[in-house]
Design a protein around this ligand. Structure first.
Ligand code: PGA
Length: 249
């Protein structure tokens, strides 16, 4: 399905202090002067969500978290619940990023539980999937990603707002990107898996691409069939780069 309104989401990862908020001022000012039809989302570290959502209020910039706990509350030192993200001003949350799957042992079932917790709290989850280089080289990219989509998207998704992000692990932060044919192949497989899982509703779930998106490759990637947006790491940290991607969409 062709989606004209794209989701352009920035994932700041563990980058950003109070001083970084000027980037959001610049982003919001540029979007006010020259509006975009696309959705513009920044997912800062949790410590900045409240300050950033104050700044973004009334602007075209939406705010998201980078992860949430699957439980509503409890004795989980250091964790943040979906409801806490809402309380701080977030409207979305990334779940199942490969840096969480790999670094924190998050399974498909846990990611699905986090996506459910996000939906219950009123957040829009962006569920990340993606193959490793070894899995791609073994010819298993499509089967790995299809299995991840089926097992880590939220069962109660139909009728609610959520997105999937295809992020090949080998393309994250490396400057390497798949060819448009490779992106199109996996996005089509994700669409098929979503329709198999959710019926007609699965045909409308946005599928973002992530992994070394930058101003110079954004137009080509974002015009690939079934690419409904971009999840951007490094190039989202500076307003000028992020704006370059938004303007290319
Ligand atoms: P990158 O990160 O754009 O720096 O490759 C993407 C991501 O991890 O979401």
């Amino acid at each position: 399905m062709k989606q004209s309104v794209k989701m352009i989401a920035g994932n700041w990862k563990m980058h950003g202090l109070g001083a970084s908020l000027v980037e959001v001022d610049e982003l919001a000012a540029s979007l006010a002067a020259e509006p975009t039809e696309h959705r513009v989302i920044i997912c800062p570290p949790a410590t900045l969500i409240e300050r950033l959502s104050g700044k973004a209020a009334g602007s075209a910039v939406e705010i998201g978290g980078q992860d949430c706990h699957e439980q509503v509350s409890g004795a989980f030192t250091g964790s943040i619940s979906a409801g806490m993200l809402v309380d701080a001003g977030a409207g979305l949350v990334i779940v199942g990023h490969s840096e969480r799957r790999e670094g924190f042992g998050e399974t498909d079932a846990l990611v699905a539980a986090k996506a459910e917790a996000a939906l219950s709290a009123g957040l829009e989850p962006i569920v990340c999937v993606g193959e490793s280089l070894a899995q791609r080289e073994a010819g298993n990219a499509v089967s790995v990603v299809t299995a991840q989509v089926k097992a880590s998207t939220p069962e109660s998704g139909p009728g609610r707002r959520f997105a999937v992000a295809y992020e090949p692990i080998w393309a994250i932060g490396t400057g390497l990107t798949p060819t448009v044919e490779q992106i199109a192949e996996v996005h089509l497989a994700i669409r098929t898996a979503l329709v198999e899982r959710f019926g007609e509703f699965g045909g409308a779930v946005p599928i973002l691409y992530g992994g070394s998106v930058k101003p110079s490759n954004a137009a080509e990637i974002l015009s690939t069939p079934e690419v409904g947006g971009a999840l951007v790491g490094g190039a989202s940290l500076k307003a000028a780069d992020f704006l370059g991607i938004i303007r290319a969409a």
